[in-house]
Design a protein around this ligand. Structure first.
Ligand code: HEM
Length: 317
């Protein structure tokens, strides 16, 4: 979450940063609360009956987040610092095809999805990575061997290019894509897709999970086999954990970069073990694919390698 706040807003400290750090996870926690789950099944419950009602509380959280984001947008607009590289700065200075800047409200609205996506989807993907690498010791050993091949103090740029590491990350995103579906698309003019006539207004959502389980593309799709990504190059529409087309995920490169550096930092510094030896089930919860019983791990040892400077992940990205 700290990485996401920094990448999206460029904030690392301060009152606003601290409050967002509390509010953003509170939204997720609340969305998964039993009351909200009941509400999704019986929409009648989802009415604003004040702060003590589930929907009212959600609106309150959202409003506070929006106020903080709006204040940040206004302040940054006044500062007009074009040297900053966060997403907010990009949006503040972005111009549309007529040369117009976006209104502050528009910029604020665009900030929420990357803020939420950047922490939830990435964190779930990293949790799955830790699970696979620790339930299949041969995968972990091969990763460590590959990492060793880079010598004592590998440069993060070289780490993220390691082929087996890349294959492991891809396979984790294939077998349980943290986001099960693409966002919806609306058909604009009549068309035909695979024999289906689609009329204007039809809403379509791609099911990433089903695509990744297609036996014609992936032999033994239920098995975790990183080698498949070394043996074959999959096209953008055969492997699509980040969706596809012009509205695909804007954070894909960052997410994979983050996954690789977090995983290799942890593996090279600590020996962890899964608390639960049973295989982890996927919980298909709405749009996401969570580990059903969370992935609880214990730290067995700090690796000897820790004496080497292995700080791929630091306070900044
Ligand atoms: C492992 C981590 C992530 C996964 C699996 C993931 C997956 C996805 C998917 C499947 C979509 C829908 C794309 C489509 O409909 O074609 C999406 C959209 C999006 N993602 Fe991600 N995402 C991840 C991380 C991130 C990060 C780190 C950010 C921000 C820095 C981000 C920001 C967004 C945004 C803003 C959209 C909407 C794009 C649009 O509507 O044009 N995501 N993501």
């Amino acid at each position: 979450m700290q990485i996401s706040i920094e990448v999206v807003l460029g904030l690392r400290e301060g009152e606003r940063y601290e409050r967002l750090k509390q509010l953003l996870p509170a939204i997720f926690q609340h969305m998964r609360s039993p009351m909200m789950q009941v509400g999704f099944a019986v929409p009648f419950v989802l009415r604003d009956l004040g702060l003590w009602s589930p929907w009212g509380y959600l609106l309150q959280l959202k409003q506070e987040i929006y106020q903080l984001l709006y204040a940040e947008v206004q302040e940054r607009r006044e500062q007009a610092d074009s040297s900053r590289t966060d997403i907010l700065s990009e949006l503040i200075f972005a111009r549309d095809e007529t040369g117009e800047l976006m209104a502050d409200e528009e910029v604020r609205d665009l900030l929420l999805s990357p803020l939420l996506a950047a922490q939830d989807a990435s964190a779930v993907a990293i949790a799955w990575l830790l699970y696979w690498t620790h339930s299949l010791p041969e995968v972990c050993e091969q990763l460590l061997r590959e990492l060793d091949s880079l010598g004592e103090s590998p440069n993060p740029t070289n780490v993220v290019q390691l082929p087996y590491l890349n294959a492991v990350c891809n396979e984790a995103l294939r077998i349980y894509p943290t986001q099960l579906f693409t966002f919806p698309r609306r058909v604009e003019s009549s068309t035909e897709v695979m024999g289906y006539e689609l009329s204007p207004g039809t809403i379509l959502m791609g099911c990433i999970y089903l695509l990744h389980q297609n036996k014609d593309l992936y032999v033994q799709p239920q098995q975790f086999k990183p080698e498949r990504f070394l043996e074959r190059q999959y096209s953008a529409y055969e492997f699509m954990p980040f969706g596809g087309g012009t509205r695909s995920c804007i954070g894909a490169a960052l997410a994979v970069f983050e996954m690789k550096l977090v995983l290799t930092t942890i593996l090279s510094r600590y020996q962890l073990a899964l608390v639960n030896r049973r295989s982890e089930q996927a919980n298909f919860d709405g749009l996401m694919c969570y580990p059903a019983s969370s992935i609880k791990m214990v730290m067995r040892e700090i690796n000897q390698r820790q004496s080497q400077p292995q700080h791929f992940v630091s306070g900044s990205v």
